[in-house]
Design a protein around this ligand. Structure first.
Ligand code: GTP
Ligand code: MG
Length: 533
C-alpha cells in the first residue's frame, strides 16, 4: 500500500511539473509564437499559483469545452426559460432544416457574473428587448408590476427574473437562460445570481459558459462593496477562471447614474483597480480581458455605439460588436462523447440536460449513463429550445433518452460514449490551491468540504496531504506536511462517498478542475492529477 502511494505521489508530482512547464509556456505564447509577457514586469498583486491549473490555452481538443457544474441547491425542475418559447407549430422536418441553417452560425454561451445588483439581469433583459424578443406591451406590463412591488427600476430585470421570489426581492436566484442572435453568432445567455447565498447556482452557470461578461456597477459605493473582500466581484472572477471561462468582458455598468454621469475618471479608477486583480486571478489582461462602459438600464453602448454627446471620451466598440468578434473556443466533434448532466426531468420519457463537452451526438445514438453504466438510446435532441437531429460540442442540449428512468439519474452523472466511457472513481489525487479557509479552520487530513466538479456536487474528505508545492518556485517542497494555511498549494488525496465521473485535468480540463466549498464559501480550487481506486 505504501509503495502504491509512493508511486502515485511521484507520478503526480511529475505531472504537475510538466503542467507547470506547459503553463509557463502557455502564459506567454500566443498562436504558437512566443510573445513577451504583456505585463512587462511584475504584477501588482502576486500571481496566483493556481494559474497553473487555469491558464491552459484551449489548444487540445479537451481544452475547448467548459465544464458543467453543480446545481446543488436548485430543485430538479424544468429549467427556467427567461423568454417564453414560441409555440412550435412547424413540422419536424422544417425544424431540422431550420436547425441546420442555424448551425451555420457559430454558437457562444455567455455567462453574466458579478456582485449582487450590478445589473446583470437588467442587461440580459435589455439585450432581449433590443434584439426584438420583448414587445412594448410586455415591457409596460413589467413596468407596472415592478412599480406595484416598489421596484420601479427593476422592470428590465423582470425579463430575465421570471419567478415571484426573484421579482419580489429584486435578486436572481436561479440561472436565467435566454437566446439571441446577431448576423454572425447565436448566443445563449446565462444570467447568474450575484447574491452570495446562490454561489452554487453561479458555479453552475459559469461552468456552462464559453466566455463571461463581468458586470460592475460604477455607482458610488457599489463598485467598492463588490470589490471588497467578501464581495462577489472577486469570488466570481476566481470561480469563473477555475471553471474555464477563459475570456471576460468587463462591463462597467450604470454609467448613466447621477453619481457617475459617464465620468472618465470613475471608469478609469475601476479599470485600474480591476486590472491587477484580474491578473492575479490568472487572466492575461491584454489577451483575455476587455473593458467597456455601458448603461444596461438605458441600453447605451449595447447594440449600437453610443454618441459622443452621451460619452465624449469613448471611442471603442459596443457590447454586441465585441461579442461578435470574440474567439469561440476550439471544439473537437470527433472526441469521445461527454455530456455532464446538470438536470433531468420527465417529459414524454426521460430528459437529461447539459452541455456537450466533447464529441457529437445524433438521434438514435447509443450512449452510456455513467457511473451507473446504463445503456440508453437518444430518442430526441433539443438544441437550446429547438429540435435538432445532431449536435456538436459546446451546445446546450436537452436529450430525451430511452432505457432509463428519471429517478435513476442524478445531476453530475455523465452521458458518455459507449466505446470510451468516462472513468468513475471514489478517490483521486489533486493539486489544490487553498484560497481562504474559514476562521480557525486547519486544512489537514480529515478536512471535509463540498466538491464541485463539472455537474457533480459531493461531500468529500481530504485523506492525505501528500506534498506541498512552493507557490513561488512552483517546485515540490521536501518537508512532509501535516497541515497547510491560506495561499498554500498542496497535493492531496481526496475521497468521496459516492462514485463520481471525472477526468485528469491534463487530459480534459473541463472535467478535471474543481472547487472546494465549506459553509457556503469557496475555500480552494484544484485540478485532478490522478484518478484513484
Ligand atoms: P442579482 O441578480 O441580484 O445579482 O442582481 P443583478 O446584477 O441581476 O441586478 P439587476 O439587473 O437586478 O439590477 C439591480 C438594480 O440596478 C435595479 O434597480 C436596476 O434598475 C439597477 N440598474 C441596472 N442597470 C442599471 C444601469 O445601467 N443604470 C442604472 N441607473 N441602474 C441600473
Ligand atoms: Mg439578476
Amino acid at each position: 500500500f505504501q509503495q502504491r502511494r509512493q508511486a502515485s505521489q511521484c507520478s503526480s508530482v511529475n505531472n504537475i511539473e510538466e503542467d507547470i512547464r506547459a503553463l509557463q509556456l502557455d502564459s506567454s505564447a500566443e498562436g504558437g509564437k512566443v510573445v513577451p509577457n504583456e505585463n512587462g514586469g511584475e504584477p501588482e498583486e502576486p500571481a496566483a499559483p493556481d494559474n497553473m491549473e487555469e491558464d491552459l490555452r484551449d489548444e487540445s481538443h479537451a481544452a475547448s469545452h467548459m465544464e458543467e457544474d453543480a446545481e446543488s441547491q436548485t430543485v430538479h425542475s424544468e429549467p427556467k426559460a427567461a423568454v417564453e418559447v414560441k409555440e412550435q407549430t412547424t413540422s419536424a422536418s422544417e425544424l431540422v432544416e431550420d436547425d441546420v441553417e442555424k448551425n451555420k452560425k457559430r454558437h457562444l454561451n455567455v455567462v453574466f457574473i458579478g456582485h449582487v445588483d450590478a445589473g446583470k439581469s437588467t442587461i440580459g433583459g435589455q439585450i432581449l428587448y433590443l434584439s426584438g424578443q420583448v414587445d412594448e406591451r410586455t415591457i409596460q406590463k413589467y413596468e407596472k408590476e415592478a412599480k406595484d412591488k416598489s421596484r420601479e427600476s427593476w422592470y428590465m430585470a423582470y425579463i430575465m427574473d421570471t419567478n415571484e421570489e426573484e421579482r419580489a426581492k429584486g435578486k436572481t436566484v436561479e440561472v436565467g437562460r435566454a437566446h439571441f442572435e446577431t448576423e454572425t453568432t447565436r448566443y445563449t445567455i446565462l444570467d447568474a445570481p450575484g447574491h452570495k447565498s446562490y454561489v452554487p447556482n453561479m458555479i453552475s452557470g459559469a461552468s456552462q459558459a464559453d466566455i463571461g461578461v463581468l458586470v460592475i456597477s460604477a455607482r458610488k459605493g457599489e463598485f467598492e462593496t463588490g470589490y471588497e473582500r467578501g464581495g462577489q466581484t472577486r469570488e466570481h472572477v476566481q470561480l469563473a477562471k477555475t471553471l474555464g471561462v477563459s475570456k471576460l468582458l468587463v462591463v462597467v455598468n450604470k454609467m448613466d447614474d447621477s453619481t457617475v454621469n459617464w465620468s472618465k475618471e470613475r471608469y478609469d479608477e475601476i479599470e485600474s483597480k480591476m486590472v491587477p486583480f484580474l491578473r492575479s486571478s490568472g487572466y492575461n489582461v491584454k489577451k483575455d480581458i476587455q473593458f467597456l462602459p455601458i448603461s444596461g438600464l438605458y441600453g447605451t453602448n449595447l447594440q449600437t455605439r453610443m454618441s459622443k454627446t452621451v460619452c465624449p471620451w469613448w471611442d471603442g466598440q459596443c457590447l454586441f460588436e465585441v461579442l461578435d468578434v470574440i474567439d469561440v473556443p476550439l471544439r473537437d466533434p470527433k472526441a469521445p462523447f461527454r455530456m455532464p448532466i446538470i438536470d433531468k426531468f420527465k417529459d414524454m420519457g426521460t430528459v437529461v440536460m447539459g452541455k456537450v463537452e466533447s464529441g457529437s451526438v445524433r438521434e438514435g445514438s447509443n450512449l452510456l449513463i455513467m457511473p451507473n453504466k446504463v445503456q440508453v438510446k437518444v430518442v430526441a435532441l433539443y438544441c437550446d429550445e429547438d429540435r435538432c437531429r445532431s449536435a456538436a460540442p459546446g451546445e446546450n442540449l436537452r436529450v430525451r433518452v430511452s432505457g432509463i428512468e428519471e429517478e435513476d439519474i442524478l445531476s453530475g452523472f455523465v452521458l458518455s460514449s459507449v466505446e470510451k466511457p468516462i472513468a468513475a472513481v471514489y478517490e483521486f489525487v489533486a493539486q489544490l490551491h487553498i484560497l481562504e479557509l474559514l476562521e480557525n479552520a486547519i486544512f489537514t487530513a480529515g478536512y471535509k468540504a463540498i466538491l464541485h466538479i463539472h455537474a457533480v456536487v459531493e461531500e468529500c474528505e481530504i485523506i492525505e496531504l501528500m506534498q506541498q508545492i512552493d507557490p513561488k518556485t512552483r517546485k515540490p517542497m521536501k518537508k512532509k506536511v501535516l497541515f497547510v494555511k491560506n495561499g498554500a498549494v498542496v497535493i492531496c488525496r481526496i475521497q468521496v462517498t459516492n462514485m463520481i465521473c471525472i477526468e485528469k485535468f491534463s487530459e480534459f480540463q473541463q472535467l478535471g478542475r474543481f472547487t472546494l466549498r465549506t459553509e457556503g464559501k469557496t475555500v480552494a480550487i484544484g485540478k485532478v492529477t490522478e484518478l484513484g481506486a
